[in-house]
Design a protein around this ligand. Structure first.
Ligand SMILES: [Zn+2]
Length: 287
């Protein structure tokens, strides 16, 4: 095999995050993404994913929580004959929620006759359908404007739009970091604001690390991509980093929610204690 061919194989499987797991492939990959089955390693990976008969941990839009999905027994793929089997035939793969058999996710694939291209042609519910309800819990903490941008980003990424979705998420991420930056510079007299403004995103994260979740600080190198101009990024790169930025946003928001809940609990406790004190003081006065 020629070196170029070998390199091509290596790149096509290592770069494609949708081939990582049955979940990313069947439930998170946007439709109309296609794979060249003439590439040996791709064919092998696709075969493994298409014949997968285990379970997938995923959010169920009907249970409204994480669930386990069992693969449908109607899988028609036959070892050895698998490519011939699927030619010119729409393949439906089904996934059933362990809590309720009516909760049924489906994904569809197609390979035209005499073609070596396998294409995902559909999914129900859509990627956005089950990703957006998971974002709902961030609505309050994000505020309506930011929440709209966040879910718009998720929605278009689900349709395979890389750059556009990335821009939305990047704005939300940068807003959150900016909020933290404001706090850090207000609370620390020695904060090097000039240096901060001229730094790349990963360096910025380091400078305000006391105000950010550990995960983000530890993985800050992943966020260096945000310093790149949007013109320097390809559709593919944007889609690839979309998940990373989304996880970063969720980490920050999760922490904010926990802090807010703690503060609310403490305020309630204080109120209750004051009330109790008041009652004691009153009874003492009456005596
Ligand atoms: Zn369910």
């Amino acid at each position: 095999m020629a070196m170029a061919e070998l390199n091509r194989q290596k790149i096509s499987t290592s770069v494609d995050s949708y081939l990582e797991s049955p979940k990313t492939f069947h439930l998170e990959m946007p439709p109309y993404r296609s794979y060249d089955l003439l590439i040996g390693s791709v064919k092998e990976k696709i075969y493994e994913l298409m014949t997968f008969s285990g379970t997938i941990d995923a959010y169920c839009i009907w249970c409204k929580k994480e669930s386990v999905f069992k693969s449908s027994p109607t899988n028609r793929w036959v070892l050895g004959q698998w490519l011939r089997q699927i030619e010119n035939d729409l393949q439906e793969l089904g996934w059933y929620c362990a809590h309720n058999n009516d909760h049924h996710y489906r994904s569809y694939y197609f390979t035209a006759k005499d073609s070596n291209i396998l294409e995902k042609v559909g999914q129900f519910p859509s990627v956005a359908d089950f990703q957006i309800p998971q974002a709902e819990k961030y609505r309050k903490i994000l505020g309506e404007e930011q929440y709209k941008e966040f879910t718009r980003g998720i929605g278009i990424a689900a349709h395979g739009v890389g750059i556009g979705s990335f821009v939305y998420l990047r704005r939300v991420f940068e807003n959150l970091i900016e909020e933290v930056h404001g706090k850090a510079s207000a609370e620390n007299a020695g904060f090097q604001n000039e240096k901060y403004l001229n730094s790349k995103t990963d360096e910025k994260i380091k400078m305000v690390k006391d105000y950010l979740p550990e995960f983000l600080v530890e993985n800050r190198s992943l966020y260096a991509i945000l310093s790149k101009g949007i013109h320097d990024l390809s559709e593919e790169e944007c889609l690839q980093y979309f998940e990373t930025v989304k996880i970063g946003i969720e980490q920050i928001l999760d922490e904010k929610i926990i802090k807010k809940e703690k503060a609310e609990k403490a305020a309630k406790a204080r109120e209750a204690i004051q009330k109790a004190h008041g009652n004691i003081a009153n009874t003492q006065n009456e005596n």
